[in-house]
Design a protein around this ligand. Structure first.
Ligand code: ZN
Length: 101
């Protein structure tokens, strides 16, 4: 019984050795295949895996509390001045339904 177990363990050790050997060969094959592919890609003009571009913090958000640079009042921005380059008077703000502060 003890003899059998010893033999089995020995057999397993040998098989494990073979498995390790085969796995090493597989890894070598994979690596050389990968190197081949990378070399091929480089020839084609690809320089390795493309770096992931992170979008520049999404769509630029306008700060609604940012005051208009012309009137120094929040509630609208300088786009509101396309037809009115001067600062709005309180009456003009009211006329345009724009908040006056
Ligand atoms: Zn303004």
């Amino acid at each position: 019984m003890a003899q059998d177990l010893e033999q089995l363990l020995e057999r397993r050790a040998k098989l494990q050795e073979q498995i390790d050997e085969v796995e090493t060969k597989i890894l070598e094959q994979k690596k050389s295949r990968r190197d081949e592919l990378l070399a091929e890609l480089k020839e084609l003009g690809f320089d390795g895996p493309a770096p992931r571009r992170t979008p520049a913090s999404g769509v630029r958000q306008r700060d609604p509390n940012r005051p208009c640079p012309i009137c120094q009042i929040a509630g609208h921005d300088k786009r509101a001045h396309r037809s009115h380059p001067k600062a709005f008077t309180p009456a003009e703000l009211k006329e345009r339904n724009l908040p006056s502060s």
